[in-house]
Write a protein of this length. Structure first.
Length: 478
C-alpha cells in the first residue's frame, strides 16, 4: 500500500464514518433542551451501565478479526454466534434483575429507573453482533459503506426521537430512539456488507481470535470505566441533576472525542495493521493523523471555551452550573485529542495488553483524586481532576507510542505547531468579539457562530492553508 493511497483512504474513512455524528449531537441537544435535567442525568446513568454491558458482550472479536489477517468466514461465523448468545444472555440477566439493580443504585426511585434501564437493555444484543459485520467492512477499508449504515442509524435515531417527543413520551423518547439506532445500524451493516453468518461454530476458529479479543475487551472495559469514572462519583454523591449538567458538558467536549477516537480506531487500526512492519510509513501516517485531528478539533474547542455561556443559554433554561464544567472539559479534550490515535498504534503492533495495563494505571491515578475532589469541591473539582490528569496521561501514553514506532518527540511537537497557532487565532478573535454579542441567546449564538467561521477561515489562510489543502487533496484522492 503506497503512502498516497494510505493517506487518502485514512482521511476519507475518518470523514465518512464521522459524518453522522453531527446529527447525533443535534438530537442529544434537543433532548437536553426539552427534557428535565434530572431525567437526563438518570438516562445517562442507565446508558453508562448498558454500554458497559455491550462492551462485555462484544468480546473484542470484531477487532480481533481485523487484526488477524488470516481469519476466514468460519472465524466470522463462530464469532457472530458467540457474541449473539452472550448479548442475549446479558440482556436476559438485566431484565431478570432490573429491580435489584435499581435498588442498589443510591438515591434513585426504582419505579423511575426501571423502565429506562430495562428498555435500554435491548441495545446489548444488537451492539454485540454489529461489530462482526463492521469488521468485514473494516478489513477491506470500505469506509463509505460503513458510513452509509451509520448515517442511516443516525437518521433513524433522530426521526424516532423527534416523533416520540412530539407524542409526549418524555424520557422514554431517548430510550426507545437509542434502541432504534442500534437496530437500524445492524440492519444497515448487514445490507452494505453483503455477508450473512453461516450456521457453524468452530472451536479452532474461536481459538485464533479469542485471546486477542478478550485482552482487548479487558482493556476496553477498563478504559470505558476510566473514561466514565467521574459518573461513578457524581451520581451517588451529587445526584442526577449534577450528572445531567456534567453529561451535557461531556456531550459537547469529551463525547465527540470518544466518538472520534472510536472512528479513528475503526479507520486507523486496520490501516495501521496493514503496514505494521513498515515503521517509516507508519510514523508518517500517524503524525499526519494526529496533525489532522488537532487541526480540526483545537480551533473548535477554543471557540467552545470562549462562547460557553452562549452555548449553554440556547440549550439549557438554567444552566449556570454547567459553565465551568464545560470549559474545563473542553480544556481536557484539547489535551486528549492529541493522543486519540495512540490506541491504534498499540493494537496495530499487537500490544493489546499494553492498552489494558495503561487503562488500569489510569484508574489507579483517578480513583483517589476523584474521591477527594467530589466530596470537597463538587462538580467543578471533578472536572479539574479530569483536565489535570489528561496532561499526565498524554505524556506517558505518547512516550509508549513513540517507542513502538521510533518516533522522536520533536517530530510530534513540530507537527502540532501550526494547529496551535490556528487555535490561538480563533480563540483570540472570539474573545475580543464576545463582549459585543447581544443579550438574546439565539441572536448571540448565531453571531458567535459567524465569528468562529470567519476566524477559522481566515486562520486557515494565514497559518495552515497548505496543511488543510493537503488533507483536502488526500480526501479527494489526489
Amino acid at each position: 500500500m503506497d503512502e498516497t493511497s494510505l493517506a487518502t483512504r485514512t482521511i476519507r474513512g475518518t470523514l465518512w464514518t464521522g459524518s453522522a455524528f453531527a446529527l447525533q449531537i443535534v438530537t442529544t441537544l434537543v433532548f437536553y433542551h426539552i427534557l428535565v435535567i434530572d431525567d437526563m442525568g438518570l438516562f445517562q446513568w442507565c446508558l453508562f451501565i448498558v454500554m458497559f454491558l455491550a462492551l462485555l458482550s462484544d468480546l473484542g472479536l470484531g477487532s480481533a478479526l481485523v487484526q488477524k489477517r488470516e481469519a476466514q468466514d468460519t472465524h466470522f461465523d463462530s464469532a457472530f454466534w458467540l457474541c449473539l448468545v452472550t448479548g442475549i444472555g446479558v440482556t436476559a440477566a438485566v431484565m431478570w434483575n432490573v429491580e435489584m439493580i435499581c435498588h442498589l443504585t443510591p438515591g434513585v426511585d426504582a419505579e423511575q429507573m426501571g423502565p429506562i434501564l430495562s428498555g435500554m437493555a435491548w441495545i446489548v444484543p444488537f451492539a454485540a453482533v454489529s461489530g462482526i459485520f463492521r469488521a468485514k467492512l473494516q478489513r477491506e477499508l470500505h469506509w463509505r459503506s460503513m458510513a452509509g449504515a451509520e448515517i442511516a442509524s443516525s437518521v433513524g435515531h433522530a426521526v424516532s426521537a423527534f416523533g416520540l417527543l412530539a407524542l409526549d413520551f418524555g424520557i422514554l423518547s431517548a430510550v426507545y430512539s437509542a434502541v432504534i439506532r442500534e437496530v437500524v445500524l445492524l440492519i444497515g451493516l448487514g445490507v452494505v456488507g453483503r455477508w450473512r453468518p453461516g450456521f457453524s461454530v468452530s472451536r479452532q476458529g474461536l481459538a485464533l481470535v479469542l485471546t486477542f479479543g478478550l485482552n482487548l475487551t479487558g482493556s476496553r472495559c477498563i478504559n470505558y470505566i476510566n473514561s466514565n469514572l467521574a459518573r461513578l462519583f457524581i451520581f451517588p454523591v451529587l445526584g442526577p441533576e449534577a450528572l445531567g449538567y456534567y453529561s451535557f458538558a461531556y456531550q459537547l467536549t469529551l463525547m465527540p472525542l470518544v466518538r472520534i477516537s472510536t472512528i479513528i480506531t475503526r479507520v486507523f487500526f486496520p490501516t495501521f495493521s496493514a503496514i505494521q512492519e513498515d515503521d517509516a510509513l507508519l510514523r508518517r501516517a500517524y503524525v499526519r493523523a494526529t496533525q489532522a485531528v488537532a487541526l480540526v478539533y483545537w480551533p473548535t474547542l477554543a471557540a467552545v471555551i470562549v462562547f460557553a455561556p452562549q452555548i449553554i443559554s440556547v440549550v439549557l433554561e438554567n444552566g449556570d452550573q454547567a459553565l465551568w464544567p464545560l470549559r474545563l472539559l473542553a480544556l481536557a479534550t484539547v489535551v486528549k485529542a492529541v493522543g486519540a490515535s495512540v490506541g491504534s498504534i498499540f493494537l496495530a503492533k499487537g500490544r493489546a495488553s499494553w492498552a489494558l495495563y495503561w487503562s488500569g494505571f489510569s484508574i489507579v491515578v483517578l480513583l483517589p483524586s476523584l474521591y477527594v475532589t467530589v466530596h470537597r469541591f463538587g462538580l467543578i473539582g471533578v472536572c479539574l481532576v479530569i483536565a489535570a490528569t489528561a496532561a499526565l496521561f498524554l505524556l506517558l501514553s505518547q512516550h509508549l507510542a513513540n517507542y513502538l514506532i521510533r518516533l522522536p518527540w520533536r517530530t510530534c511537537l513540530a507537527a502540532l505547531g501550526r494547529p496551535a497557532l490556528l487555535s490561538l487565532w480563533v480563540g483570540t478573535l472570539s474573545w475580543l468579539a464576545s463582549p459585543w454579542l447581544p443579550s438574546a441567546p439565539a441572536a448571540a449564538s448565531i453571531i458567535a457562530g459567524v465569528i468562529v467561521v470567519i476566524a477559522g477561515i481566515s486562520g486557515l489562510r494565514l497559518w495552515t492553508w497548505d496543511l488543510f489543502s493537503g488533507i483536502w487533496a488526500s480526501a479527494r484522492g489526489r
